[in-house]
Design a protein around this ligand. Structure first.
Ligand code: BGC
Length: 441
């Protein structure tokens, strides 16, 4: 992924092009959750395998900029979902996030593949039978090949086609307590489309305005079909003030159509940690994690949108192909330290309603299997059995869920960064440390 390359230069242009709506909070009251939701997350293309024609299938076959490894069969979630759902249940999570792939259920315009819909029916049924709640992503960066043929997000027709598919999915899974994510990380979606040739940079404003439009319409449609549900889009948090600009592209235009804000936090920045630059080369495992940054990401939105509940829809740590990090920092350390800072945020009055670990298994990291994020590791390129092997963090996550977080007095393995610049005020107004932690229940 290219998180940091294109974005800065297009922010100013885009902000003026997209129509601002700036309305007051809509149905935020619906998000009044009393219980903290623990979850795991995955996406369709990254894990399913046997992928039909789509923008990403074409990128992989053409060997575009992001492609380092062949897709092969990903981790075959398409046929092994029962095992992954059972593993999630054994963790004790309450939410299982996955994506329903448009390219799979509508491989040709207007032609619905009933067998693939039946597969998703069974995914949803098993999640419910396991006592969990589905969190369904309608668009995790993948659209059918026939949509690519009509111009992808540069085509007006894509808006109505996208909404027709969304309606089909919501209509099918309404009334089951699902939480809905319309579009995963809209701005990173844009960056990937440009990086892989799905779109020219100058077409950027049109894609962003169409994503705003489909989110706004989908929000109303979902609430009409599935009353009382929760709807959001998730944003990738980018440090050092970049988030402010990123918000002008999407979040600021849909504020009144969010029941909570989905927040993905992976990487921070501080005066003693600028390792996030490794993201530019795709070497995410070289980035030094900055757990206290999740506190500042939450605080940024708590200050910006005081009435909007926040949900960490993704958080996790990449390793280099499953190898231990050279500094000895484990997936368990990373997980506990981030939960500590979420508990600090809650103790400081920030309304955080849930946390999903990214990801239940390793998967196709948009062109490469080398960055591994899974609670369960899978050798996608070399193990024909695609065996799921638990990492140290499986037992850790289970214990955190049972214990409602880390115990009072927990000392993070990684101390706070020196002068964090995760938000513009984080260096000048650091969180009290050590400080109180609230249980997550
Ligand atoms: C995306 C995931 C990705 C993860 C880790 C997020 O940007 O939603 O698809 O795998 O980050 O890089």
């Amino acid at each position: 992924m290219r998180r940091s390359t294109v974005l800065g230069s297009v922010l100013a242009v885009l902000a003026s092009v997209i129509t601002s709506v700036g309305a007051p909070p809509g149905r935020a009251a619906a998000a009044a959750q009393d219980d903290f939701l623990w979850g795991v997350a995955t996406s369709g293309y990254q894990s399913e395998g046997s992928a039909p024609d789509s923008n990403w299938r074409r990128y992989e076959q053409a060997g575009t900029a992001s492609i380092k490894d062949p897709y092969v069969n990903a981790v075959d979630f398409r046929h092994r979902y029962a095992e992954d759902i059972a593993n999630a249940k054994a963790l004790g999570v309450e939410v299982f996030r996955f994506g329903v792939e448009w390219s799979r259920i509508e491989p040709r315009k207007g032609v619905v593949d009933q067998a693939e819909l039946a597969y998703y029916d069974d995914v949803v049924a098993r999640i419910l039978a396991a006592g969990m709640r589905p969190m369904i992503t309608l668009d995790h960066w993948v659209y059918p090949g026939w949509v690519a043929d009509q111009g992808g997000w540069d085509a007006d027709a894509t808006v109505d086609d996208w909404l027709a598919n969304a309606r089909r999915v919501v209509d099918r899974y309404k009334g089951k307590g699902a939480i809905w994510i319309t579009i995963n990380e809209p701005t990173i979606y844009l960056q990937n489309e440009i990086a892989n040739g799905g779109l020219e940079a100058w077409q950027t404003p049109w894609m962003m305005s169409r994503l705003v439009t489909v989110h706004r319409r989908a929000y109303d449609m979902i609430h009409q079909l599935d009353p009382g549900t929760l709807v959001s889009s998730n944003t990738a948090y980018l440090p050092a003030g970049v988030q402010i600009g990123q918000d002008t592209l999407f979040v600021d235009h849909v504020r009144d159509k969010l029941d909570f804000l989905g927040l993905d936090y992976y990487y921070g920045a501080s005066l003693d940690n600028i390792s996030a630059v490794h993201g530019a080369s795709g070497e995410f495992w070289k980035i030094d994690p900055q757990p206290d940054g999740i506190y500042y990401a939450l605080r940024y939105y708590a200050q910006k949108f005081p009435t909007l509940p926040l949900y960490i829809v993704e958080n996790g740590m990449p390793t280099d192909n499953g190898l231990a990090r050279p500094d000895g920092y484990t997936r368990s350390n990373h997980l506990r330290d981030h939960i500590y800072w979420i508990q600090r945020a809650k103790a400081d009055g920030i309304k955080v309603i849930g946390y999903n670990y990214w990801s239940i298994t390793d998967n196709y990291e948009w062109g490469s299997y080398r960055p591994r994020f899974g609670l369960y590791t899978v050798d996608a390129l070399t193990d024909p059995t695609l065996t799921r092997r638990p990492t140290d963090a499986v037992a850790t996550y289970r214990a955190l869920i049972t214990g409602h977080g880390v115990p009072a007095g927990y000392a993070p393995v990684k101390p706070p960064a020196f002068c964090s610049i995760v938000s513009l005020d984080s260096c000048l107004s650091p969180a009290r440390y050590p400080g109180p932690v609230a249980p997550l229940n």
